[in-house]
Design a protein around this ligand. Sequence first.
Ligand code: XUL
Ligand code: MN
Length: 346
Amino acid sequence: MATNHPYKFCFGPWNISEGADPYGPTTRPPQTFDWKLEQLKKLGFDAMMFHDDDAVPDIDTKSAVQIRKEAKELKKKLDDAGLVAEMVAPRLWFSPMTIDGAYTSNDPKCRRYAIDRSRRSIDIAKILGTDILVLWLAREGTYLREAKKGRRSIVLMVEAFDQMLAHDKKIRLAIEPKPNEPMDHAYLPTIGHALAVAQLTRDPKRVGALIETAHCILAGLDPADEIAFAMSFGKLWSLHLNDQNGLKYDQDKPFGSTNLRGAFDQVRVLEQNKYGSRGEYVCFDVHPFRTTKPEHTLAHLDNSRRTFLRLVEKARSFDETAAKKLIAARDYQALDQMVIEHLLGK
Ligand code: XUL
Ligand code: MN
């Protein structure tokens, strides 16, 4: 294991999931939030990430006063456990008010709901001590092009972001792009889209990105290059590492599970650009396989971190001098084999 690594690790309560899929029910019993928090600590992780209703369950039925009270109770629980909240994300895809999208819904009442709920999420984030609001824009897209106007949708999203930025002078919005699922096509499918839209807001400095490995692969892009792109702008504020086997449903496999070399490339680019040096966390947005037994329900989290740390070692022990010589000689055949043999080890 790498020693003195600068990385801090994180997962969310939804990452200890019960195995339900569209074709079958759960395969593992549910666990309480407190149990999950205890396991996070036992596994040696540093932070938890939250949807707004992970932090305050049934949020839509609660008053602003009640939401604040419960968020404060959670903050105390985290403080007592010596843990922190990495981010809060409004869950804008579950309510009947978000069937046609949230910020881009064709119904103004639904758009209002989405913005109000986002503001409440910002209040929760503030109480939990994080300045990051993650926006996975699940339903901001269409199943059919004719249902919404693409350009108007961008205007609506920018207006919504502006209202969030105005609500709290400190909050930073980290857009988590994903090209599809649940929608046919999403309006902000890649990091390039997210960072371009940031420029249209009232405070571009406070609009950045979160990259998820699986989402890049679903967009047909290389996660390591997407990471490098976001880091070139100083805008990679969070990270969801996992893996994905081709253009399928969003699989959220353990990090490195499908493409170990791709995982190495991601870790290498994080190392080269000192991800984490400004307090950013490495989060694993991974799920147990449906076939996982209840007693193995944490293995995907521990394994993802183990793989990450092993790959940190691999990135640090990669012979950069030899690689440079091969690059200068344009001997990419040898470079390719050098990477493979380095990963295979002795
Ligand atoms: C969805 C996804 C979400 C976000 C948080 O694909 O990755 O879990 O990370 O809302
Ligand atoms: Mn994610």
